[in-house]
Design a binder for this molecule. Structure first.
Ligand SMILES: Cc1cc2nc3c(=O)[nH]c(=O)nc-3n(C[C@H](O)[C@H](O)[C@H](O)COP(=O)(O)OP(=O)(O)OC[C@H]3O[C@@H](n4cnc5c(N)ncnc54)[C@H](O)[C@@H]3O)c2cc1C
Length: 428
C-alpha cells in the first residue's frame, strides 16, 4: 500500500496544489531546506519581513513529521522544564518557557490570520497509568501554577477522569485548556499556501543532495538538487529526522526514532464521543507513551510504540490494534483503516537543537517528538535572527548538546539498550 493510502491525513485531505521541482539556477535572499512546519513558518515570517525565499522539499510539503504527527499541540518541551533548568540554568529555561507559550499563541494567530482549516480543538490531558504518576502530575500542576503562573492547567481526579475517558487504565490526569489538537497535515499545507501566496518560491520533489555552506558572512550558500541549484546569502536547514547524513555535524546530534499511529474505522458520533467525552487529546506519561484523540469524522486516532531498529509498516496495524484494545477493550471489534509511521528527531537530552553551521547558515532540529507548537515559533526566531535580532534564537543556540553516544556505528545498538531501560522503567 502506498504511503498516501496508509496515512489518514494524506488519504483524507483535499489534494494540495503541487509545486514544480527546482530546475535551473534560482537566487534568493534565503534558501530553506525542508517543507515541514519549521521550514514553512520560517519562510512565511521571512517573506513578511521583505526577504525573498526559496524553499526546497525532498518529496511534498508535510512529508515528514509535520504530516504524520498525532497533532497534539502541547505546552512546553519534550525535555520538561526541570531538565532544561539543569541544562541551561534557570534564566534561560524561563526564557525558553516564555517562547513556548508565545508559540501556542502564534499557532492560534497563524490559523486565524491565514484562515487555515485544520480542525483545531482545545483541551489536552496528560494521564497517569500507575500510582507514582499521580504525585508527578500533582507536582507538575503545582509548579506550573506557582513558578510559571500557568493557570490553564488543573488536576483531574480519578473519579472525574473515569467520566472523561472510557477506560480503566488511567489513575489521575492533568488537564490543560490552552493545549489541544489539530490535523497537522492540514496545518502544514495551510502554512504552505500562506507562504506561497506571500511570495515564497516552493519547490517539491527537490531533494537537496549537496550543500555548499559559505563559511564567511559575505559568502553565498549553494543548495544542489537533481536539476537545479539555489544560491542564497542565508540558509536554513530544517530537514528534521529525514535530513539523514546531508550535514554530518547535525546527524551526530540526532537519533531518528520510528513511531506509529493508527486510525480506526469511522465509529459514529455516539461511539467516538463515548471514548473521550470532552474531546480532548490524551497522552499518558510513560516514556514509551500512548497518545490518542478523536477525529472530526468520528474515528479514534491512536499513536504509540517506538522502534529503534527502523519502521515496520506491515505489522504496525496489528500491533497498534493491540495497544488500542489494551486501553479500550470495548473496541475489540473495530477495524483499523489506516496505520502509518514516521520518524521523530530525538536529541540525547530531548531539548531542541538550534544553531548555526556558519555565520549566515542556521538549522532547526531535535524537536524530540514534541514539535507541533515549537516548530512554528522556531521559524519565527530564525526570521528574527536573519533580520538582525538574534537574542531569542541564541538562547536556544546556547543549549549544550552532546553527540549521540556510540558514534555513527554504535548509535543504534546504544539506543536499543537505552530503550530497553526506558521500557523497564515504564513497568515499575
Ligand atoms: C508519528 C509522529 C507523531 C508525532 N506526534 C506529535 C504530537 O502529537 N505532538 C507533537 O508536538 N509532536 C509530534 N510529533 C513531532 C512533530 O511532528 C515534529 O516535531 C514536527 O513535525 C517537526 O517538524 P519539522 O518541520 O522540523 O520537520 P518535518 O515535518 O519532518 O519536515 C522536514 C522536511 O524536510 C524534508 N527534507 C529532509 N531532508 C531534505 C533534503 N535533503 N532536501 C529537501 N528536503 C528535505 C523532509 O522531506 C520533510 O518534509 C510526531 C512525529 C511523528 C513522526
Amino acid at each position: 500500500m502506498s504511503d498516501a493510502a496508509r496515512n489518514y491525513y494524506f488519504a483524507t485531505a483535499l489534494p494540495p496544489p503541487p509545486h514544480a521541482p527546482l530546475a535551473g539556477e534560482v537566487r534568493a535572499d534565503v534558501c530553506i531546506v525542508g517543507g515541514g512546519i519549521a521550514g514553512l513558518s520560517a519562510a512565511l515570517h521571512l517573506v513578511e519581513r521583505g526577504f525573498t525565499v526559496a524553499l526546497l522539499e525532498a518529496k511534498h510539503l508535510g512529508f515528514g513529521g509535520s504530516g504524520r504527527s498525532g497533532g497534539q499541540t502541547i505546552f512546553g518541551y519534550a525535555s520538561g522544564q526541570e531538565k532544561l533548568k539543569k541544562v541551561v540554568g534557570d534564566a534561560d529555561a524561563r526564557k525558553m518557557w516564555d517562547v513556548a507559550l508565545e508559540g501556542m499563541q502564534l499557532q492560534q494567530q497563524l490559523i486565524a490570520r491565514h484562515g487555515i482549516d485544520c480542525d483545531y480543538v482545545a483541551g489536552h490531558m496528560h494521564v497517569g497509568v500507575k500510582p507514582r504518576h499521580d504525585a508527578e502530575l500533582a507536582a507538575e500542576v503545582e509548579t506550573l501554577h506557582e513558578e510559571y503562573g500557568y493557570s490553564t492547567v488543573r488536576t483531574v481526579s480519578h473519579e472525574e477522569l473515569r467520566t472523561l475517558i472510557a477506560s480503566d487504565r488511567y489513575t489521575t490526569g492533568l488537564y490543560d485548556s490552552a493545549s489541544g489538537h489539530l490535523n497537522p497535515y492540514k496545518y502544514t499545507l495551510g502554512l504552505g499556501a500562506a507562504a506561497a501566496r506571500a511570495g515564497v518560491r516552493i519547490f517539491e520533489n527537490s531533494w537537496v543532495t549537496k550543500l555548499d555552506v559559505a563559511r564567511d558572512a559575505d559568502g553565498e550558500h549553494v543548495a544542489h538538487a537533481a536539476n537545479g541549484t539555489v544560491r542564497a546569502r542565508h540558509l536554513l536547514v530544517a530537514g528534521g529526522a529525514l535530513l539523514g547524513r546531508l550535514v554530518p555535524e547535525l546527524a551526530r546530534k540526532l537519533m531518528a526514532v520510528g513511531t506509529y499511529i493508527a486510525s480506526t474505522e469511522v465509529l459514529g458520533e455516539r461511539r467516538a464521543a463515548s471514548l473521550i467525552t470532552n474531546d480532548a487529546a490524551v497522552a499518558d506519561i510513560n516514556w514509551v507513551l500512548d497518545y490518542f484523540r478523536r477525529t472530526p469524522d468520528h474515528r479514534l486516532l491512536f499513536g504509540g510504540r517506538v522502534s529503534y531498529s527502523g519502521l515496520d509498516p506491515f505489522d504496525s496495524s496489528r500491533i497498534m490494534r493491540g495497544r488500542i484494545v489494551r486501553v479500550f477493550p470495548q473496541l475489540a471489534d473495530v477495524k483499523i483503516d489506516y496505520a502509518w509511521g514516521g520518524f521523530v528527531d530525538i536529541t540525547p537530552n530531548r531539548a531542541p537543537h538550534f544553531g548555526r553551521l556558519a555565520p549566515n547558515a542556521y538549522f532547526l532540529q531535535g524537536f524530540s517528538g514534541h514539535g507541533m507548537v515549537i516548530t512554528g515559533i522556531a521559524g519565527k526566531l530564525v526570521a528574527e535572527a536573519i533580520s538582525g535580532t538574534a537574542e531569542r534564537f541564541d538562547v536556544f543556540a546556547r543549549i549544550p548538546h552532546r553527540d549521540f553516544p556510540g558514534g555513527a556505528l554504535f548509535r543504534r545498538p546504544a539506543l536499543v539498550l537505552a530503550m530497553l531501560w526506558f521500557r523497564l522503567k515504564d513497568l515499575l
